[in-house]
Design a binder for this molecule. Structure first.
Ligand code: LLP
Length: 418
């Protein structure tokens, strides 16, 4: 469900025509729907209403402080993976005690920052990290609340780059070694064990891998109980998929039902770290046709958005629906490669896509770009990053200005060696 829809052949976000945004803000431009974000959060979070829980939005999916603030107002916590994400979450007004910190490479500076702010929980990903967090907490004279991220070795059946819960992945601690690691943690002075955590991958379209992982975690929690280690938080990560093309992922209510069935009245607080399912279909990338070009083997539509704006098609071969902002019934459809201005053959948004014939100056919308879109954008080819806009009902606001050419070189210096 999302609020991008046609009115008389013209694409709107909520009650605002996208061509108005293109005219006033320019292109390329990310456009998010406030109603869609709100609805997705409420549906996901509400699905677990019968169980004590905290939904911690995965900041990496969409980290604009405007969006984090909206989610925070709805009661969301945050899942962070860097000091930068912690900084953003705090600036967006998220209370530290609603923040969980994942990631395999937390630096000492980042750990200190999180300890001083008093976050809810560190999800520990290695023995060495456990040791370092204990040391840093000792120095700061605080206790670090921790969970161990367990790698349950289940196959999430998704793209290999976004699978994280297999033995061969770099994430977490394998489930067989986890009890030992918890024992070690229990003997440390400056950490307090409060949870168990896992995250097995992203864009999952089946329930079974989630349920498998949960069962393995439950078995672990029982073993820990036998050792006198009590768990208060069970963090099941994120990963629920969305429809980009014709995938049929489980609805959040089915996901919740499958999970809650396994837990009955277990005495923990559940934590979830959803990213994509909240914002993926709540954002689009609005782009303008620069040129069209026919070669002997292909028809190209060259647009002003490129792989630096949305890297998912180039990096994962991901499918994003591309639709015209103005639909014309009498226009023929043809097969096109929709490509950007970057000097790489891998710079494409879609290949061999059947689309209404388009002309220079017309607008296209790249759908389902709200998650891992802007957050993975770069300045490659010295392209300023695009603006971000949020629409609410019949008005819109810029939540990130388009970068300027000055911004591109603002942190650079010409050396003055003699
Ligand atoms: N928690 C942890 C520890 C994660 O690593 C991730 C995503 C999430 C939660 C949120 O997962 P989600 O609910 O969004 O599936 N750039 C890739 C996705 C990478 C996901 C990385 N981790 C893409 O564009 O598909």
């Amino acid at each position: 469900m999302h609020h991008f829809h046609y009115v008389n052949g013209e694409l709107y976000c909520e009650d605002v025509p996208l061509k108005t945004i293109a005219r006033e803000v320019g292109t390329p431009c990310y456009v998010y729907s406030h109603a869609t974000i709100t609805h997705h959060f409420r549906v996901f979070d509400g699905a677990f209403n019968s169980f004590d829980h905290l939904t911690c939005f995965a900041v990496k999916a969409s980290s604009n402080i405007g969006i984090l603030h909206i989610l925070g107002q709805l009661g969301s916590g945050m899942d962070i993976v860097s000091g930068g994400e912690l900084y953003r979450a705090l600036k967006a007004g998220i209370p530290a005690n609603r923040i969980v910190y994942s990631g395999v490479g937390k630096t000492e500076e980042e750990i200190d920052f999180a300890l001083k702010e008093g976050i809810l929980m560190f999800n520990i990903e290695s023995s060495e990290e456990l040791k370092v967090i204990n040391e840093r907490a000792g120095k700061l004279k605080v206790k670090a609340p921790i969970a161990i991220r367990v790698n349950p070795d289940v196959d999430p059946q998704t793209h290999p780059y976004i699978s994280t819960g297999l033995k061969k992945n770099k994430f977490g601690i394998d489930v067989e070694s986890a009890v030992d690691e918890y024992r070690k943690a229990a003997s440390l002075e400056n950490v307090e064990i409060i949870g168990v955590d896992c995250h097995i991958g992203s864009q999952l379209t089946e329930l079974l891998p989630f349920v498998d992982a949960l069962r393995r975690l439950k078995a672990l929690i029982n073993r820990l109980e036998e050792e006198g280690i009590h768990i208060r938080y069970l963090d099941l990560g994120g990963g629920l998929g969305i429809t980009y093309e014709d995938e049929q992922p489980p609805h959040p209510s089915e996901y919740a039902e499958a999970i809650l069935k396994e837990l009955k009245d277990a005495p923990y607080r559940l934590i979830f770290e959803p990213g994509r399912v909240i914002v993926g279909n709540a954002g689009i990338l609005l782009t303008k046709v620069l040129y069209t070009k026919q070669t002997p083997s292909k028809n190209f539509i060259i647009v002003d958005a490129a792989m630096n704006d949305l890297i998912r098609p180039s990096l994962y071969g991901s499918y994003h629906r591309i639709v015209p902002v103005n639909k014309f019934e009498d226009r023929s459809e043809e097969k096109f490669d929709i490509v950007g201005p970057i000097c790489e053959s891998g710079d494409f948004l879609a290949r061999d896509r059947v689309l209404q014939k388009s002309f220079r100056g017309e607008l296209l919308a790249v759908m389902s770009a709200g998650a891992y879109g802007f957050t993975m954008a770069s300045n490659y080819n010295s392209r300023p990053r695009s603006a971000e806009v949020i629409v609410k009902d019949n008005s819109f606001q810029i939540i990130r200005e388009r970068e300027s050419w000055d911004d591109l070189i603002r942190l650079e210096r010409i050396p003055n060696f003699s």
